[in-house]
Design a protein around this ligand. Structure first.
Ligand code: PGA
Length: 243
């Protein structure tokens, strides 16, 4: 069956490059999860139609439709063809000051709109050097306790993405990943979510994907930069198919 490969395109690509990349992945029969910027959703939705690719958004508003300038609601994303949505990516937590209370509202809104959230967690370099990595990740996951059990089961996955490994070229080692994924899984078990896939993200590329995917506790990868090119994303997905 293989492991999951999710590509977070962040604030990159244009309508034509997004369409071409999604269409090429669809033509190869890939089953990756794609997260384009909001404005690229319609063109990507069209390209993935009838394929095994899944479409998701990178963020959503914590509010329902209304007077929220610049926001995009979960219902709008579902209407644009999204099945999934990222919540709590480190660039939202740290670049936009999104805290757990706000992320909980986003999780609730996503589920109310019928979207399956992918919750991202991970410690900063300072938190890791202070020996707080496990505590920080547990704290970010325990937020799920506030969701009703049936709602919690609506998540599609959790991604462990150490902040220090995102976009830096310094991926976590297989041993660090295995330890943190085991820890995340133990926390998820206490929430009745033992079966939820736990993905790793942070400087994944075709050269390190195989080793990361070989960790038994890694159920898949969330890829940033390497997900913007057909050859690198295909190579990572090939590794995931074999894992
Ligand atoms: P990166 O990004 O692969 O470019 O490090 C990962 C992510 O932010 O999900």
């Amino acid at each position: 069956m293989g492991k999951i490969v999710a590509a977070n395109w962040k604030m990159n690509l244009r309508r034509e490059s997004a369409r071409a990349l999604a269409a090429a992945l669809a033509a190869q029969g890939r089953r990756c999860w794609l997260f384009p910027a909001h404005v690229l959703l319609p063109v990507t939705a069209q390209a993935v139609q009838g394929s095994s690719l899944k479409l998701g958004a990178q963020d959503l508003s914590p509010s329902e439709d209304g007077a929220f300038t610049g926001d995009v609601s979960g219902e709008m994303l579902a209407d644009a063809g999204c099945e999934l949505v990222l919540v709590g990516h480190s660039e939202r937590r740290h670049g936009h000051g999104e805290d757990d209370a706000l992320l909980l509202r986003k999780l609730q809104r996503a589920m109310a709109a019928g979207l399956k959230p992918l919750l991202c967690v991970g410690e900063t370099a300072a938190q890791r050097s202070a020996g707080q990595a496990r505590e920080v990740v547990a704290g970010q996951l325990i937020v799920l306790e506030k969701l009703e059990t049936a709602r919690r089961r609506g998540l599609c996955a959790v991604a462990y993405e150490p902040v220090w490994a995102i976009g830096t070229g310094a991926n976590a080692t297989a041993a660090q990943v295995q330890e943190m994924h085991r820890h995340a899984r133990a926390v998820l078990e206490t929430l009745g979510l033992g079966a939820l896939p736990v993905l790793y993200g942070g400087s994944v590329n075709p050269a390190n994907a195989g080793e990361l995917l070989a960790c038994p506790a890694v159920d898949g990868l969330l890829v940033g930069g390497a997900g913007l090119k057909l050859d690198s994303l295909s190579a990572i997905d090939d590794a995931a198919l074999k894992a």
